[in-house]
Design a protein around this ligand. Structure first.
Ligand SMILES: [Zn+2]
Length: 114
């Protein structure tokens, strides 16, 4: 499960942030995980629940995950569709080729510490 190593990376990042800012506890962490990032959100949450408890800094931290829809741009007419999955075909021109725009991010949005 590669989400575990992503969570480990996140925790390392949080430790670094806390050290930089002289904080001792993470209250909440907001992440944005795009639908095309290849990250299974449930697995990420599960990994966080397990690994964060092992660390005094993040023991009580709350993980907030947002997953914005990706935007698919039609190759035929340029129409952009917001969707969680690649559309079958364009409702305007029946094109079946789409190029995804964004939605592949794994972004640390906000960290609340004290
Ligand atoms: Zn189209």
């Amino acid at each position: 499960m590669h989400e575990m190593s992503l969570v480990q990376g996140l925790l390392a990042q949080l430790n670094e942030l806390a050290r930089e800012h002289g904080k001792e506890k993470v209250i909440s962490v907001s992440m944005e995980i795009g639908p095309l990032s290849g990250v299974v959100i449930d697995s990420f949450q599960f990994g966080f629940d397990i690994l964060a408890k092992d660390d005094a800094l993040t023991r009580e931290a709350k993980l907030i995950i947002e997953s914005p829809p990706a935007i698919y741009r039609c190759f035929g007419c340029g129409r952009e569709v917001e969707a969680l999955q690649r559309p079958e075909r364009c409702s305007e021109c029946s094109e079946t080729l789409f190029s995804p725009q964004g939605g592949d991010g794994l972004i640390l949005r906000q960290v609340e510490m004290e």
